[in-house]
Ligand binder design. Structure first.
Ligand code: PMP
Length: 407
């Protein structure tokens, strides 16, 4: 596919609309990305032609649906370079993927007095499941501090590492700050004390090339809807040897080998972790989202998004009263900020009136906001279909809004 933004934008029907009488400028991509036509068509086509339950039907439709569903699993496997597709489990999203690990790996391998290490910049979905686990089994949650620029302090992380640490669960790229964490160094150090590592890839998988074998992470969690795919669908990658040792998550159909009233034996991975009828249509449509990304290639996507972020930083840095939050060296395309004297929500509403969609608030990272002593931020986040001219309109609008309180 030729990499012109106009041709890319043609794939996204939702972008071609007006909001409050202004052309939509969608800069809320860290919350969810828009979906290309191929994804919408795949959803429609599945229900129009192939709808059937998978894995157990003896008829043509069931066979077709099963092959398409399993084909996406294979595609996800190569998308993150997993050793084998059995290491790919479909879930509802990053949140469920992390909860799955907390409930099953956590239940079996994390005991009273053991430690789980997270960082200050985690999303609530990578805090609360560990708090729940620690509350239930008497394990201890440790938190890595971060610097004023929003970067993990590796020396402080090292101080927290000991044989008590059983799991390090860390965000790959922060949804609130954009910081890309040095996950390879974190994984190496964690493995040196015998701890396993889960990466929250909700924000990294759409921007960065991910190779789970090279990273050597034990788990990777991410969501399809932040990758130009459907909502309500996510992935948990886990190394085979660990997944095999973990007890099942939910009980029901599909996840069993044999059931008697006396005893149940469980299916092989990944099916052991996919109880019940899965989200067949969305999994199939997700395959099209992955095709879309592969067609553009991640390095080109990242280069375009980096140039948008750099331009936004350049323009907004001249604005009186503009306070950036999160100034790490390595970032995905997230610009979080406050305007001196203004509530982030008010800034968001004023931008919306100009047709500009941003996120405001704590972004499900309340402890991070507490670290910076703020209630929240305004967050603009860029995707492959955003343009330089959109960044200019955004910066002009922010400047006009900032002038209200910063003459
Ligand atoms: N982690 C991070 C870093 C996120 O940005 C998000 C989504 N905002 C999540 C986890 C949770 O993802 P989901 O709501 O799709 O489960």
């Amino acid at each position: 596919m030729p990499f012109t933004i106009e041709s890319i934008r043609e794939h996204f029907p939702v972008l071609h609309q007006e909001v409050h009488g202004k052309p939509l400028i969608y800069l809320d991509n860290a919350a969810t990305t828009q979906k290309p036509k191929q994804v919408l068509e795949a959803l429609n086509s599945y229900y129009a032609h192939d709808n059937a339950n998978i894995h157990r039907g003896a008829h043509a439709l069931a066979d077709r649906a099963t092959r398409k569903y399993e084909n996406t699993r294979t595609m996800v496997g190569s998308f993150i370079n997993a050793k084998e597709e059995a290491e790919i489990i479909f879930t509802k999203g990053t949140t469920e993927s992390i909860n799955l690990v907390a409930s099953t790996f956590g239940r079996k391998f994390i005991q009273k007095g053991d430690e789980v290490i997270i960082s200050t910049m985690e999303h609530h979905s990578n805090i609360v499941p560990w708090q729940m686990l620690c509350e239930a089994n008497g394990a201890v949650l440790r938190v890595i501090p971060i610097s004023n620029s929003g970067e993990i302090i590796l020396e402080e992380f090292e101080k927290l590492l000991s044989p008590k640490a059983k799991l390090v669960s860390i965000v790959h790229a922060s949804n609130s700050l954009g910081t890309i964490n040095p996950v390879k160094a974190i994984i190496n150090r964690a493995h040196a004390v015998g701890a396993k590592v889960l990466l929250d890839g909700a924000q990294s998988t759409s921007h960065l090339e991910i190779d789970v074998q090279d990273l050597d992470c034990d788990f990777l969690a991410f969501s399809a809807h932040k990758l130009y795919g459907p909502t309500g669908l996510g992935v948990l990658y886990g190394k085979r040897e660990i997944l095999e040792q973990m007890p099942p998550y939910q009980g029901g159909g599909e996840m069993i080998k044999e059931v008697t009233f006396a005893k149940t034996t469980y299916n092989e991975i990944p099916f052991k972790f996919e109880a019940g009828t899965p989200n067949i249509a969305d999994v199939i449509a997700f395959g099209e989202a992955l095709n879309f990304i592969s067609g553009l290639t991640k390095p080109l996507i990242k280069a375009h998004e980096d140039s948008l972020l750099a331009y936004a930083v350049e323009l907004t840095s001249k604005i009186k009263g503009f306070i950036p939050v999160g100034t790490a060296k390595e970032k995905v395309s997230v610009l979080s900020f406050n305007i001196n004297g203004m509530h982030p929500f008010d800034v968001g509403v004023m931008l919306d009136a100009k047709g500009i969609a941003v996120r405001t608030g704590h972004h499900c990272t309340q402890p991070l906001m507490q670290r910076f002593g703020i209630e929240g931020t305004v967050r603009a986040s860029f995707a492959v279909y955003n343009t330089k001219s959109e960044v200019e309109k955004f910066a002009e609008s922010v400047e006009r809004i900032a002038k209200i309180k910063n003459k």
